[in-house]
Design a binder for this molecule. Sequence first.
Ligand SMILES: Nc1ncnc2c1ncn2[C@@H]1O[C@H](COP(=O)(O)OP(=O)(O)OP(=O)(O)O)[C@@H](O)[C@H]1O
Ligand SMILES: [Mg+2]
Length: 361
Amino acid sequence: MEKATLAAGRTLLVSGPASLVLIEGEAEVLGAPIKKEERLLVREDRQIPIEAVTNSVLQVSLGEVASRREFTGTTIPSSWENLANTTLELPNPKILAIGPTDSGKSTLCTYLTNMLLEKYQRVSVIDADVGQSDIGPPATIGLGTTDEYLLSLADLNPISMFFVGHTSPTLVKDKVISGIKKLMERSTGQDPLIINTDGWTTGDEACAFKARMISEVCPDLVAAIQTDDQLGSIVNATKTTAVIVYPPTIIKKRGREERRRLRELAYRKHLANSICRNIDFTQVKLVGAELRNGRLRGAPQKLNSMTGFLDDDELLLNIGILKGVEQKERIMKVYTPFRGLVKTIEFGAVKLDPSGKELTS
Ligand SMILES: Nc1ncnc2c1ncn2[C@@H]1O[C@H](COP(=O)(O)OP(=O)(O)OP(=O)(O)O)[C@@H](O)[C@H]1O
Ligand SMILES: [Mg+2]
């Protein structure tokens, strides 16, 4: 543990895993004032910028692969500040954030949430980035709401979830859009709503998908993080007002392996306290699987599939993994933390082992 002094107007960029406590002065993270004596935790895959409003002193504890850098000024691009001012002028705005992977989408959504909390009591967020979702497990879409400032979207607990079953939107474009719309119905409608999306923005198909998402979701404003020309064509294809913003110069990029490792950590977290449940497959509604002559069709291929337990509104209650099928006994064995009444089970394309490891079939 060490003490760091940070002069007014300077930023301390901390890459996790790390923990920080503000001891003296006034400082902010992504537009949120830091409370004194409160411990801030920075995950290994993240970095947070601490901006000193007045001369400040922090206690900093860095993990093995953590790092810190200090420099003058802010890491928030001026285009983000202008966007925040524009959103603050709109009544209860619904904002859809689009941008390539590693462009700062989740951080922009966090920053906008914090800025909107200066005017509104609550802000809702839908994380529809099925590959790197921060609200709920991967391969799902989550809705969270907050009346407190956020360090990250991962601070939000899901109040409603939608099961997609894929970690990429490419094969489930309609499902992703209908999931966002379903969760929008679940948000209060009285609070500003920020929607984070996947980073698939390159190529005609991706552009058409995003353009359709915009026209179906009908946001008041599209916040487009531009790294190349791709987003221009998406934005031009819709009638919605769009504000082009730019990525921060300091982005902590994640490789493919890193992304997979983070998803696996998230599955593991959401599968904690699982048990193996025996479920009579003739007594529940199945989605993505069917019965023939009282047998579950294609059972061997479905083994280890990520499953979703859905409620009567087709919203996700919890996830599980199909571990076995006993056709004669009409039983499927599902490893899950879900203890409630099973009504509908949906089968996804993702395959997992109980430790959360993604299996390739
Ligand atoms: N303005 C900023 N200041 C400091 N760090 C930032 C800023 N914006 C993003 N980062 C860091 O860069 C990394 C990537 O940002 P972020 O996760 O927001 O991008 P993303 O587009 O959502 O990525 P993904 O495609 O994986 O969802 C994160 O570690 C984040 O903390
Ligand atoms: Mg993200």
